[in-house]
Design a protein around this ligand. Structure first.
Ligand SMILES: NC(=O)c1ccc[n+]([C@@H]2O[C@H](COP(=O)([O-])OP(=O)(O)OC[C@H]3O[C@@H](n4cnc5c(N)ncnc54)[C@H](O)[C@@H]3O)[C@@H](O)[C@H]2O)c1
Ligand SMILES: [Zn+2]
Length: 394
């Protein structure tokens, strides 16, 4: 398998040395790897071969294809294409959703790699949501101290977030993502057509991260969402395609300049301090993107109360999130549990809480050690009755 197998179409203005599939966008994450965003990438084995070959390079003999049961059909297509390229492909179906991200499931995959004699020059491919790409990435990071992994994300959240950036990991009994490694993929292939089968609630939840990317860095994303939220949620439409592409660009830009958790990367945590607390308090029963939407509203109210974001921009957070069907309010009476959860979050430094806040849309900054009064006032402002803060603007 060499680059010469690859189709001749080029991204306009892109690097001519990097071939791409006609009609798709190729987004470089620094000089490390590319994210391909397009349609029909899995349906056509030529298109898929064109996408996979440069990501895997010429030396791969074996691939372990990790996937969950709901996306078996997509995984079979990837396997067939790999076989046509002369690669031996093994399929590993893992438990669905968060049940995939355990040390036991990872150990099962290590056993398969061992039984089939996987070497340093072989690879993994993860087909599925963020749970599968996190797991496949983690196993790739640890097998022989690191083999290549290619992600084929099939949820909106995985396309715009989990599959890009190189964070991998599994959960333990003590919490989520406690064991992991930084291991950037060799390539990411986002086929927008896979979103057609994604449950609507997962599509909506994935929009939480798209809105986040818009708020921290991309006005055009916000404008697209405001112009037509219904079109934004049509998995067959051009609006969603542009949104995914733009969102991947935001994440790619941030992670390319800073692989580890320094300030630039920290802006990607916008809405996540409170969002993670919501997830924790609810025992991880709520979709991540929904919790992030609540967290974004909380962070906006906090910034407003701290005199850094005006009321119109807070209202804009609510309007955009609400128009997509995302939550922007939270029931009162849970402050103690939420506060304790925020203080336990691995992103806090010592006992000082810190938040990413906006000094205007597109201008993220840091808020360190806000007072208890301010924190509680922001909580009151997102109260489910919507009676306080800027909630009335909805
Ligand atoms: N590594 C990172 O930087 C990063 C960032 C964000 C989130 N994450 C992780 O991602 C995970 C969440 O990922 P998710 O939101 O994609 O959820 P998920 O992986 O649980 O997928 C949601 C559900 O949709 C199903 N599914 C996936 N694609 C489908 C399709 N095209 N058609 C039909 N069904 C489909 C899955 O099988 C699952 O049941 C969390 O574990 C989170 O920690 C990681
Ligand atoms: Zn997130």
């Amino acid at each position: 398998m060499t680059d010469s197998d690859v189709g001749a179409a080029r991204t306009p203005g892109g690097d001519p040395a990097r071939p791409t599939v006609a009609g798709s966008a190729r987004i470089a994450v620094g000089s490390d790897y590319d994210v391909l965003v397009g349609r029909g990438l899995l349906a056509s084995s030529d298109a898929l071969a064109s996408a996979l070959a440069p990501a895997l390079g010429g030396r791969v003999e074996r691939v372990l294809l990790v996937h969950s049961a709901p996306v078996s059909g997509y995984a079979e297509r990837v396997a067939a294409t790999l076989r046509a390229l002369g690669v031996t492909a093994y399929l590993a179906v893992v438990p669905d959703a968060e049940a995939a991200k355990t040390p036991e499931v990872a150990a099962g995959l290590w056993s398969m790699l061992g039984e089939h004699g996987f070497t340093r020059s072989d690879a993994l491919v993860g087909v599925g949501g963020g749970t599968v790409t996190d797991l496949a990435g983690f196993v790739a990071a640890t097998w022989l101290r690191g083999v290549a992994v290619v992600h084929v994300p099939t949820t909106l959240a995985a396309m715009v977030d989990a599959a890009v950036g190189g964070k991998t990991g599994v959960n333990t009994a003590q919490g989520k993502n406690l064991v992991g490694a930084f291991h950037p993929p060799a390539g990411v292939i986002c086929d927008l057509d896979t979103l057609v089968t994604l449950p609507r609630a997962d599509l909506v939840a994935g929009m939480g991260e798209v809105v986040k990317h818009g708020l921290i860095a991309d006005e055009r994303t916000l404008a697209l969402l405001e112009a037509d939220p219904v079109a934004a949620l049509d998995p067959r439409g051009d609006v969603l395609a542009e949104l995914v592409e733009r969102s991947v660009r935001v994440k790619a830009q941030v992670v390319a300049t800073d692989l580890r958790e320094a300030f630039l990367r920290e802006v990607l945590n916008y809405g996540h301090t409170f969002g993670h607390a919501v997830e924790h308090v609810e025992g991880y029963t709520r979709r991540h993107g929904e919790a992030v939407a609540v967290g974004l509203t909380y962070a906006a109210e906090l910034a407003h109360l701290a005199g850094r974001l005006d009321a119109a921009d807070v209202a804009r957070h609510r309007r955009i999130l609400g128009s997509l069907g995302l939550p922007t309010a939270y029931p009162p009476g849970r402050w103690e549990a939420l506060s304790a959860a925020m203080r336990r979050d691995k992103k806090t430094r010592g006992s000082l809480l810190r938040f990413v806040v906006l000094d205007g849309i597109g201008h993220p900054g840091r808020l360190e050690g806000p007072s208890e009064d301010l924190l509680q006032a922001a909580y009151a402002a997102i109260g489910a009755d919507g009676a306080s803060g800027s909630a009335g603007d909805r």
